[in-house]
Ligand binder design. Structure first.
Ligand SMILES: [Zn+2]
Length: 96
C-alpha cells in the first residue's frame, strides 16, 4: 500500500475524519470500510493509522486527509486544507 500525497505531515486524524462518513472496522494494522467514492459492496477502503493515509483497492484512490476531503467534497487543495483545519480545531486536534 502506498500513499501518494502524504507529505510527512502526521496529524493522526484521518481515521476519525473518514469515520465520520464511513463505518470502519479493525483490519490488519489499520481500518477498513466500504468506500463512498465508488459503488463498493466489499469494504475495499483501507485506512492506515500508521501511515495516516487511505487507499481504496476498488477505485484506486489514495492519499492523506487533505486528499480525502478534496475527493469527498470535490474541492481544490486550498479549500480542502481550510476545511481540514476547521475540522481539526472543532475536534481539538492540533496540526503538527
Ligand atoms: Zn473506492
Amino acid at each position: 500500500m502506498q500513499c501518494d500525497s502524504n507529505n510527512g505531515r502526521n496529524d493522526m486524524s484521518l481515521a476519525a475524519l473518514v469515520g465520520e462518513t464511513v463505518s470502519l472496522e479493525r483490519h490488519a494494522s489499520g481500518l477498513r470500510g466500504a468506500c463512498p467514492l465508488h459503488s463498493d459492496p466489499s469494504r475495499s477502503l483501507y485506512v492506515s493509522t500508521v501511515l495516516d493515509c487511505f487507499h481504496c483497492f476498488g477505485c484506486g484512490r489514495s492519499g492523506d486527509a487533505v486528499k480525502w476531503i478534496m475527493i469527498r467534497d470535490r474541492r481544490d487543495r486550498e479549500t480542502a486544507e481550510a476545511i481540514l483545519e476547521v475540522w481539526q480545531k472543532g475536534k481539538g486536534l492540533g496540526r503538527l
